[in-house]
Write a protein that binds this ligand. Structure first.
Ligand SMILES: Nc1ncnc2c1ncn2[C@@H]1O[C@H](COP(=O)(O)OP(=O)(O)OP(=O)(O)O)[C@@H](O)[C@H]1O
Ligand SMILES: [Mg+2]
Length: 456
């Protein structure tokens, strides 16, 4: 009698957050995303999963008595990259680098890998040795410690890592890596999770740093389950519009450093060039004689950056006026527009309001409130803001200007770039100890007062 083939068991995974379900569901109950469930084969081996970061002997130890391993960081050779990492790579850490297609992930990592003195293994499943060599030559790189492996099978990659024992391994990209012991296709939730966990266990065991490059979905989130972001130590995003020349590197999560630091790069024919003074870059194309343009100083991590905030207010011919916020939270803009309308008596409810932070930066700092209000009112009244003035401050619902931090850093950066005046919350002025730049500091208490003093 013919043997009936055993039906393979399948299960469903949410590709956004990794939640498992025995049946397909339209909306994920965990993350609320629609149409994210994909069917995958159930892993039958039920073997041990390599999720643990350290090998436990089953005995708990007193943390006080644990001899901590020295975690001497090693540098990439690219200062902007090191800054975002928190000062370089920690041996044994695993880093997820994600970004839009073609943004320059492979270029950045190849440049960093070639600039390092330590042994590096670059594993690519996306490009052949010739393609990588073409890029290597185009970027004018030369390294005696950089090894290349065109491979996608996990165990082969693990074998090479164990044999070569490099300081850094680059996996370009994790979506192409697969484990033969699983029947799921490369890039599936199960494969991503298992391969990352396996690489993490190896990284911790051998104290080798691993950078895994990940794709971003069309919605802008890191492709693959959220669990990937939980497993790794650091999540770094490489952002920017591929049509524009600058790129921003920022940490979304970092177990070994601040998440506020940014690294700024310029994409050129010969690769990515570090931008050591981003203020100059962001103000480069500024036209100082337009309405709705305000210069502000935002502190990203430890570094102050000067930026231009642009506001455009136009009459709305339809009942429903448009509001577009590019670079700040949309709800924050709505609140500020309500404050302007109520406290400053400017009727914006019948006007379209467009707001843009130039340079493609996204600012979450509250010091952006006052420049946003000034830019919107400047465009609404068709009245120019003093082009030699930098403005920063938080705006409360009562129209009051509230204090902000890092005042001295902002004053110094504005002075360094040749600005003559800086407008700050009056309550922040007492934290200024010395102002060596000679820039005039103007303190304001209310939005209406700020507008009066800022208009030319
Ligand atoms: N010959 C070239 N001359 C100048 N710039 C180039 C050249 N080739 C590629 N580039 C630049 O490099 C970018 C692609 O870089 P890279 O391949 O590192 O991106 P990626 O993020 O790794 O892409 P993917 O997601 O496809 O792997 C292109 O968008 C382009 O700006
Ligand atoms: Mg690439």
């Amino acid at each position: 009698m013919a043997k009936i083939a055993k039906k393979q068991k399948t299960t469903f995974f949410c590709t956004s957050c990794g939640t498992e379900s025995v049946r397909w569901v339209g909306k994920c109950p965990a993350c609320g995303e629609w149409n994210t469930y994909k069917e995958e084969l159930v892993i039958e081996d039920s073997g041990k999963r390599a999720f643990s970061a350290g090998i436990s002997s089953g005995v708990a130890t007193l943390l006080n008595e644990v001899q901590a391993m020295k975690s001497d960081r090693f540098q990439t050779g690219i200062d902007e990259f090191d800054r975002v990492l928190g000062g370089g790579f920690i041996p044994g850490s695993i880093i997820l680098l994600a970004g839009d297609p073609g943004i320059g992930k492979s270029t950045l990592v190849l440049q960093a890998a070639a600039a390092m003195k330590e042994t590096v293994l670059y594993v690519s499943g996306e490009e052949s040795t010739e393609q990588i060599k073409l890029r290597y030559d185009r970027l004018g790189l030369s390294s005696t410690t950089l090894h290349f492996l065109p491979e996608t099978e996990l165990n082969t990659i693990r074998g090479v890592i164990e044999k070569l024992s490099p300081s850094l391994v680059v996996i370009d990209s994790i979506q192409t890596v697969y484990s033969e012991s699983l029947q799921n296709t490369p890039g599936s939730v199960t494969q991503l999770r298992e391969c990352t966990a396996s690489l993490m266990a190896l990284a911790k065991k051998m104290r080798v740093t691993v950078i895994i490059i990940g794709h971003i979905t069309k919605e802008g989130t890191i492709a693959g389950p959220k669990i990937l972001e939980h497993i790794v130590d650091t999540v770094i995003l490489f952002e920017g519009e591929s049509s524009r020349f600058y790129r921003i590197l920022r940490a979304q999560k970092n177990r070994f450093g601040s998440v506020n630091e940014i690294g700024v790069f310029e994409m050129q024919d010969i690769g990515l060039r570090q931008v050591l003074n981003p203020s100059e870059l962001f103000l480069r194309e500024r036209k100082s004689n337009t309405t709705g343009s305000v210069i502000t100083c935002s502190v990203e991590g430890a570094r102050p950056v000067l930026l231009e905030v642009q506001g455009l207010v136009t009459p709305s011919n339809f009942g429903n006026p448009q509001r577009v916020a590019n670079g700040i939270d949309y709800r924050r803009l709505s609140i500020l527009l309500a404050v302007i309308e109520k406290r400053n008596n400017q009727r914006l409810s019948t006007a379209n309001v467009f707001l843009n932070i130039t340079g493609g930066l996204r600012i979450d700092e509250t010091s952006i409130d006052l420049p946003v209000c000034c830019a919107v009112i400047s465009s609404f009244l068709e009245c120019q803001i003093d082009p030699k003035m930098v403005i920063a401050g938080e705006v409360g619902l009562g129209g009051e200007v509230r204090s902000i931090s890092n005042v001295e850093k902002r004053i110094n950066e504005a002075g360094k770039l040749g600005f003559e005046r800086i407008m700050l919350p009056a309550t922040s002025l007492k934290s200024i100890k010395n102002n060596t730049t000679g820039i005039e500091v103007i303190g304001v208490e209310f939005l209406s007062e700020a507008i009066q003093k800022a208009m030319k």
